[in-house]
Design a protein around this ligand. Sequence first.
Ligand code: SAM
Length: 291
Amino acid sequence: MDRHHSSGQVRKAMQQHGLRFQKSLGQNFLTDTSILEKIISAAELDSDCCVLEIGPGAGALTCELAKKASKVAAVEIDTKLIPLLSENTAEFDNVTIINADILKLDLKRLFLEEFDGKPVKVVANLPYYITTPIIMKLLEEKPGLSGIVIMIQKEVAERLSAKPGTKQYGAITLAVNYYAHPSLVCLVPPDAFVPAPKVWSAVLKLDILEKPPVSVVNEKHFFHLIRAAFGQRRKTFLNSAGNYPALGTCKEDIKKVLNKFGISENIRGESLDLVQFAQFSNELLQLSLYK
Ligand code: SAM
């Protein structure tokens, strides 16, 4: 691991290009080479691998990915960073830099154009202000991913493995565990970055599941039910789901379902697990069919 990475060098290179770190874009660049090594090792890359990097910044991770993978597409939103990024990755002919907002890209199309539709690994130090929308986009669009290794805030990583009834447990916990198996690679202190963020970070691996761990009749309805339950998490599940128009369900039906499974009508959505959300969604749909 090499020359571009010390914090002094990154600051100097930014200055030479007349650049400032954009806090609003989550620009905290990784300078700790031991963490870069851990990310690369967790990604288990070989010379056949296609990699999407989200937010390459000055290119520290991009260069390491390019050494191991067949091809790297790096999507960076900040137009001003592109000349520095191009300079730092110039020695690699297997890197394509795409100046775009990841949230606005059609991933299936991108993968077809850049990787001929082959399976793709996402390896990234994510911009923290949009961690959840990026994770949800990767999982929901199902563009053909063979793995995900991402650096995110420690608090968000904790939410992904949180247990029902805890403060950290939320809609993102359920969504991620529906599509993937999350595991912690390592924790990362603020001083691994320049500038140092206020929070600790975590490198997380998401192994995409071949099929979800629960059987769901209608995924759209299932996710609406989850959103309803966590949109107003201090309310009972009965009230929050019963007053959520997109679900098209009534309180009477919700009561029937709760009774059927022997669950109290006072339960809050935050106490329900993945299996229960799947059961409730399937049952509610069944009831609405017979109206
Ligand atoms: N990969 C670099 C590293 O590890 O040093 C930089 C990581 S930094 C935490 C996040 C990067 O994401 C920044 O370069 C930022 O400009 C970029 N970014 C922010 N929002 C983005 C978006 N919507 N689409 C693509 N890139 C984005």
